[in-house]
Design a protein around this ligand. Structure first.
Ligand SMILES: C[S@@+](CC[C@H](N)C(=O)[O-])C[C@H]1O[C@@H](n2cnc3c(N)ncnc32)[C@H](O)[C@@H]1O
Length: 274
């Protein structure tokens, strides 16, 4: 695919728009990647150059085009049972403390849903499917509506399941043929998916969450947006609740009310310790 010609000023306008609209931060070293992605938008939308595209993204009425640019610009890589270190902490330390009959978990950058379904499967393994059905609800949100549609469909290729144990595969998936697997209905019923921009304020939740997974997304944001997002998450988390980021993300440079209790593990109000 031949890349669209790089017009630095138009390119920068699009970069700034992405940053302002959804916090995405494309540093200099990722210029080539963004250019490839924008080339795809230009081809799909029959837009002939970056100036035309920059004018279109800055036009507040072109909602469909905005959504296409955001979908293409987001990095959605994910898979089931990603980062066992954080998941083990969830399973061994956090899950045993969640004993209300309305346990609410939020997968805040859910991508295709692999994380939300993984959480439901872990809970089912530890507490049983009956407990999951009666006590747990998981919300997955993402800015990208294409991945949210995929999450709702819940059909995955083998590549998403390479870290999934065979017995888990047998218990919680149904074969769809051609190497594809669908999450079974009992697990699907526990998970709801919605599009949501983490930059939108205030967060639109009536009830606070026990646990928020915000993994592998914060590093796409600049410091100011990271700060804003983790504080917003704090405000929608129950006292004593948790935020799990990925082990590769450090928030040490940020001023936050969260208390860091381990690599990628944060807690609200540690006075309520288990
Ligand atoms: C790399 S995936 C992470 C998926 C999963 N949490 C994991 O750890 O495997 C990052 C996701 O963040 C989403 N994202 C990026 N900016 C966002 C924003 N402003 N609001 C909500 N989601 C966003 C992307 O669309 C993408 O699906």
């Amino acid at each position: 695919m031949a890349l669209v010609v790089l017009d630095p000023s138009a390119f920068n306008r699009i970069r700034m728009w992405l940053n302002k609209r959804c916090g995405m931060h494309y540093p200099e070293k990722k210029q080539e990647l963004l250019l490839q992605r924008l080339t795809r938008v230009c081809e799909q939308q029959k837009i002939s150059n970056l100036v035309e595209l920059a004018n279109a993204v800055e036009n507040p009425e072109l909602h469909e085009l905005h959504s296409v640019v955001i979908d293409v610009a987001s990095t959605n890589h994910t898979y089931f049972f990603r980062e066992p270190q954080v998941l083990n902490y969830f399973q061994e330390v956090i899950l045993p403390t969640l004993n209300s009959n309305d346990v609410r978990v939020w997968s805040a950058a859910a991508s295709t849903g692999d994380e939300a379904y993984t959480i439901a499967m872990i809970a089912a393994e530890v507490n049983g499917m009956e407990w999951v059905k009666n006590n747990l609800s998981i919300l997955g949100t993402d800015i990208n509506k294409v991945v949210i549609a995929h999450a709702e469909l819940a059909i995955y290729r083998q590549t998403a399941l390479e870290h999934t144990a065979t017995d888990i595969l047998k218990r919680y998936f149904e074969s769809e043929g051609e190497g594809q697997h669908r999450v079974n209905k009992s697990i699907r019923n526990v998970c709801t998916f919605r599009t949501m921009n983490l930059k939108t304020q205030p967060y639109p939740f009536k009830q606070p969450f026990d646990v928020v997974f915000c993994r592998n997304v914060l590093y796409y944001f600049d410091e100011a947006h990271q700060q804003e997002i983790i504080e917003n998450i704090y405000d929608v988390t129950k006292d004593g609740g948790w935020m799990l980021t990925s082990v590769t993300v450090t928030l040490r440079h940020l001023k936050t009310r969260w208390i860091n209790v381990g690599s990628g593990i944060y807690r609200k109000d540690l006075n309520h310790v288990y």
